[in-house]
Design a protein around this ligand. Structure first.
Ligand code: ATP
Ligand code: MG
Ligand code: MG
Length: 569
């Protein structure tokens, strides 16, 4: 893919400005409000909003709400929140349903021009007549109805006289076209369903291609950018734009100009780019919906979900996401991106921006017997090893700390650099400690270590630089706050969960190890963090204070990503 700024779409836009074809760029992002936005949508959002912004143009947010049975105001709100979170601002907020009156007048015009007809074939019959890639379609027996009869039947469709599916309004194009989309596609269907915006005003609803192309024309969109699956629809898109010709027929805009919308009608151009796909995940709204409805995840914002809400809760910043997507660029070649690429981008972003804190996830008490019981001091720590602007903080230290259980081994494996009986390690920022005693319970489980702190190795002392094999993180047992750590991993354990060629579906490929909840401690400063604060917990990974559940008194941290790639097949 070409790097940002030089991709094929940006080149077209620049050429259109240079040639004077357009003086002003206008784009739109047109989600259907039938689910939450996912990672893939980020590419469309960055392309639509990004290109407009780069040229001082405008990008509308338009809800493509032509399928009332599946749409919901919950999604309308969530989509707005997600776009704002990503850092983009729309010009006008519109709904395709704002234009239902225009679509209706335009359909009457097509009928009057002999370019649309009312068809009585059932859905199954339409399919049978439509033919296939190898076989031309057959004309509907209703194709040659008179204009008067068509006008009358369409008026009665609109009046709600007929039941769902009894009739459709079809564009009269070409039943022999090699492009099946051009074989007299339906442009209006009967559906007695309440709409989230228009209530029960309409018993007929426009079909996607017709509504989408005309919505772009109404808003004066110059470049209508979408994904490759719409390439075969472009001839129909152009047909609708050219044959309705809103830019030459302002009278068709009356239903919206009466409501105060400006007349901006123009002729848009559709350009397609490849979808963003990621391995180890599914990204169709239908499948994401199934995961939620079947309880296979903890909701749309489960941190394992590729929804923007999920990714956000996992700890991805808008900066990291935008960096990931912009590096991939834009092309016409479909490809699937390695999950590791996404994770590495987060590591890169976090390494620079995440302040460091200490947390211990599986605690083991370590008592330093040469310090008095009431020893209490505040040690100074840099918040970031490479960025002085992050400042310093005080970390409490006493005669008892927690270290990670896995940082101690009674019988160490070869090459072990951590604590062993009678061995020494550095406790980060506090000095060098020696383990002199291993305390066990009746069952032989290690319950506590005891040892001494080398008082000559304290910060600022001449012995502070003395070399020992390992440095461990720790928290002060007297002031650390009990915390919940939610460890997430890939939701699926195969790279292509969509592949059902072996008879298995994505449900069979869920990774049973994708979520573990652990209980340990964080230093007091981390507990105080506001929700969505992200940290590197030293030696453990990058974590974010959970957006919903984190409290200073009961901290909850989600693991965003490990420090290094540890995924193993
Ligand atoms: P899905 O197929 O996942 O349900 P969709 O294409 O139906 O998604 P829409 O809400 O209709 O979702 O999409 C809004 C815009 O986002 C469209 O222009 C679509 O082309 C684009 N888009 C959707 N998925 C991706 C993706 N994976 N990569 C890039 N753009 C996408
Ligand atoms: Mg869709
Ligand atoms: Mg789709």
């Amino acid at each position: 893919s070409a790097p940002v700024g030089t991709d094929f779409i940006r080149n077209i836009v620049r050429d259109d400005l240079a040639s004077g074809k357009h003086a002003h760029i206008k784009t739109r992002f047109p989600p259907e409000p039938n689910g939450y936005l996912h990672l893939g949508h980020t590419r469309a959002i960055m392309t639509d909003f990004g290109i407009a912004a780069e040229h001082g143009g405008e990008c509308n947010l338009r809800f493509d709400d032509t399928n009332p049975a599946k749409e919901d105001p919950e999604y309308v709100q969530a989509i707005q929140d997600d776009i704002a979170w990503l850092g983009f601002q729309w010009h006008d907020l519109r709904h395709a349903s704002d234009y239902f009156g225009v679509f209706h007048l335009a359909a009457i015009k097509l009928i009057q021009d002999g370019k649309a007809f009312v068809c009585d074939l059932s859905a199954d019959e339409v399919r049978a007549y439509r033919g296939s890639l190898t076989e031309p379609g057959r004309p509907s027996p209703f194709r040659d109805r008179s204009i008067e009869e068509n006008l009358d039947l369409f008026a009665r469709m609109r009046a709600g006289e007929f039941p769902d599916g009894a009739r459709t309004l079809r564009a009269k194009i070409d039943m022999a076209s090699p492009n099946i989309n051009m074989r007299d596609p339906a442009i209006f269907r009967i559906k007695h369903v309440e709409h989230q915006n228009t209530g029960n005003e309409w018993p007929i609803y426009p079909m996607y291609d017709y509504a989408h192309s005309l919505s772009d024309a109404i808003e004066g969109i110059t470049h209508s950018l979408c994904t490759l699956e719409f390439e075969d629809h472009r001839p129909l898109y152009d047909w609708c734009v050219d044959n309705v010709a809103l830019h030459d027929h302002p009278e068709l805009l009356a239903p919206i100009t009466e409501k105060g919308f400006p007349n901006e009608a123009a002729k848009p151009r559709q350009i397609e780019f490849s979808r963003l796909n990621l391995d180890y995940t599914v990204m169709s709204k239908r499948k994401l919906m199934a995961l939620v409805q079947e309880g296979l995840v903890d909701g749309w914002d489960d941190p394992r979900m590729p929804t923007l809400q999920g990714i956000r809760r996992r700890g991805y910043s808008p900066q990291a996401l935008r960096l990931f997507v912009s590096r991939l660029g834009l092309s016409k070649q479909n490809s699937t991106i390695d999950y590791t690429v996404l994770e590495n981008t987060l590591r890169e972003d976090m390494d620079v921006r995440a302040e460091r804190r200490m947390a211990v996830i599986e605690p083991l008490r370590f008592v330093l017997t040469n310090l008095p019981d009431d020893h209490a001091e505040l040690l100074n720590f840099h918040n970031h090893p490479k960025n002085a602007e992050c400042g310093d903080r005080k970390v409490a230290f006493s005669n008892t700390v927690y270290i990670e259980r896995e940082d101690f081994a009674e019988v160490p494996p070869k090459g072990w650099k951590r604590l062993v009986p009678d061995g020494e390690v550095r406790l980060r920022g506090a000095g060098i400690a020696k383990c002199t005693e291993v305390v066990k319970d009746a069952d032989g489980n290690i319950v506590e270590l005891r040892g001494t702190l080398d008082l000559e190795s304290r910060p600022g002392m001449p012995g502070a630089e003395r070399k020992v094999k390992g440095t461990l993180h720790w928290v002060d047992a007297k002031t650390a706050v009990p915390a919940e750590f939610r460890h997430y991993d890939r939701l699926f354990n195969v790279a292509d969960p969509d592949d059902d060629s072996d008879g298995k579906t994505y449900r069979d490929h869920l990774n049973p190890e994708s979520k573990h909840v652990l209980h340990g401690f964080v230093e007091a400063a981390a507990a105080q963090a506001a929700a969505e604060t992200f940290y590197q917990f030293e030696r453990i990974g990058y974590y974010v204070a959970d957006r919903k559940d984190h409290r200073a008194s009961a901290p909850v941290f989600n693991r965003s990503v490990t420090l290094r790639d540890t995924w193993m097949q």
